[in-house]
Design a protein around this ligand. Structure first.
Ligand code: FAD
Length: 152
């Protein structure tokens, strides 16, 4: 029991030392934690950002996630539609290009492998993507074409 109290005392004194040294403590360096920390720093606050893993980024990292099945291939665990970031002001407001951000825009834009060896590729070109869809369903490929003009 005394060991437990001793540990709690250590944690409490560490916590109060941290809270005195920083205006804000953020747990987790996923993209929300990173963006939050960036804005707080820009606003003049001192920030401690703690990450449990050796790699920051959370769901937005680029990692070799399947070293046995796909050695050498790196991809995001949870950011397939990452391009939505261009709809907001974060890149400009946090001057991310100045700090080394670089986007590699690929074509094909998506590769979906199946365990049986089949695969699907999505391209920038709607026509090329439809050709890929047609390998699985002519009906779906024909219905995808009108989406090209959707919202125009
Ligand atoms: C399969 C999947 C696909 C997705 N696809 C998309 C998509 O295409 N587009 C999109 O916009 N969103 C997508 N999302 C959602 C997106 O990934 C999440 O909304 C986003 O990652 C949340 O960011 P976050 O910073 O809040 O948390 P996370 O990215 O989860 O990061 C949390 C971080 O906190 C760390 N952490 C957690 N607990 C502790 C602790 N106690 N101490 C220290 N560190 C800690 C973790 O290690 C991690 O680095 C997807 C999610 C999933 C699961």
């Amino acid at each position: 029991m005394s060991v437990v109290f001793s540990n709690i005392r250590k944690i409490l004194s560490f916590s109060s030392a941290v809270m005195e040294a920083y205006d804000v403590v953020i747990i987790g360096a996923g993209h929300n934690g990173l963006v939050c920390a960036g804005y707080l720093l820009k606003a003049g606050y001192s920030v401690l950002l703690l990450e449990g893993r050796s790699l920051p980024g959370g769901g937005c990292t680029t990692e070799e996630l399947m070293p046995n099945e796909a050695p050498g291939f790196k991809f995001n665990p949870c950011a397939m539609n990452h391009l939505f970031i261009f709809l907001g002001p974060v890149i400009q407001e946090l001057e991310l290009y100045k700090y080394g951000l670089e986007y590699l825009v690929c074509d094909p834009v998506a590769f979906c492998p199946h365990p049986d060896g089949k695969y699907f590729l999505a391209h920038k070109s709607v026509e090329a993507t439809c050709s890929e869809i047609a390998r699985y369903s002519q009906h779906d490929a024909e219905n995808k074409i009108p989406m090209k003009n959707h919202g125009k």
